[in-house]
Design a protein around this ligand. Structure first.
Ligand code: C5P
Length: 323
């Protein structure tokens, strides 16, 4: 069993357009304890089952593409059946698909006995998407280049509220609407990376920034409404995550985050109170990884494992969206 955490971008700066068509970024990514669950079973071929409507099970699913790409890169003839219990909203700016892909890479590295070092897995991860390498690692990171060049950031714990409007946003379209007027120099990301050490939620909240927000919000007025609602409910600051449309707010404490969530009453929004993760974004319980039946645990509702590590996901808070 694998747990694959979501992320938020506390800062996302676009520094310019690159010759390869991507944008040069400076971003601070932070893992949070809203997580998908994956079970990997040995199988003759490659297969995927997902428990959520609207999530593709075909080759466009990044979890399945991760398995295909790793199998080709390793030049081996092994299979896997992936059971994906989706809790992170899709196309939400929270990196859910990328985290699932990273979990598959880490899980198959064990299941297939590849013993690849992190750097070799990171190459495959980058081929799948610029957010994927972050999820091979832990906690918080400063991302430069296309977002895939990562420096770890020492971060104090934060409590956040995520608000998702139950529609998706295309990353490629968001970047397609960027104009040079939206470029910034990367200093906000560096400053925030320093601030994160201090555990001062109010200062972090005052320094949130997303250079893609104007490009996305002009097409989705709901984004401004979510931000205003978070601030009215007591959030210290709020910003869109990634290419949206999820907006997050910073709270003083986890209890405060729960209060803010309770005040967000719009029925069409899904809201979560979450904590930031200091440890790995992907967690693994190897003893059961290949022995759990396909999704049977998911159907029985026994998927909240006891993970090792210092910062386990809090099962009472994750995935409890109000619909
Ligand atoms: O890396 P990923 O596949 O998630 O990116 C999706 C799309 O977002 C890319 O095809 C590109 O159009 C855009 N993008 C970008 N600059 C980045 C990352 C993504 O323009 N640094």
């Amino acid at each position: 069993m694998l747990s694959a955490a979501a992320k938020v971008n506390l800062v996302l700066e676009i520094r310019g357009k690159r010759a390869d068509g991507y944008h040069e970024l400076a971003t601070v990514m932070q893992a949070v304890d809203l997580s998908d669950r994956l079970v990997l079973d040995e199988a003759p071929g490659l297969g995927l089952a997902v428990n959520t409507d609207g999530v593709p099970c075909d080759a466009t699913n990044l979890a399945l593409r991760a398995a295909t790409t790793l199998r080709e890169a390793a030049k081996i003839d092994r299979g896997v059946h992936i059971t994906l219990d989706k809790r992170i909203p899709v196309a939400a700016g929270l990196g859910g698909g990328s985290s699932d892909a990273a979990a598959v890479l880490l899980g198959l590295n064990r299941l297939w006995g590849l013993r690849w070092p992190a750097a070799r897995l990171a190459e495959v991860a980058t081929a799948l998407g610029m957010d994927v390498p972050f999820f091979l690692r832990s906690g918080a990171a400063l991302g430069t280049g296309r977002g895939e060049v990562l420096e770890p950031v020492v971060a104090g714990a934060l409590a956040l509220v995520l608000v998702n409007p139950a529609f998706g946003s295309s990353t490629a379209e968001a970047y397609g609407r960027v104009t040079p007027a939206m470029y910034t120099d990367g200093s906000r990301a560096r400053k925030l990376a320093e601030l994160l050490r201090t555990r001062q939620a109010a200062r972090v909240a005052a320094s949130l920034y997303n250079g893609l927000e104007a490009a996305v919000a002009s097409h989705h007025p709901e984004i401004e409404r979510m931000r205003a609602a978070l601030l009215a409910a007591g959030a210290l600051g709020a910003a869109m995550s990634g290419s949206g449309p999820t907006v997050f707010g910073v709270a003083r404490s986890f209890e405060h985050a729960r209060q803010i969530r309770a005040r967000l009453t719009r029925a069409s929004w899904r809201c979560w109170a979450v904590r930031t993760l200091a440890g790995p974004a992907v967690r693994m319980r190897t003893s059961t990884m290949s022995s759990l039946g396909r999704g049977q645990a998911a159907r029985r509702g026994t998927l909240d494992p006891v993970f090792g590590g210092s910062n386990p996901p809090a099962p009472t808070t994750i995935g409890r969206g109000r619909r």
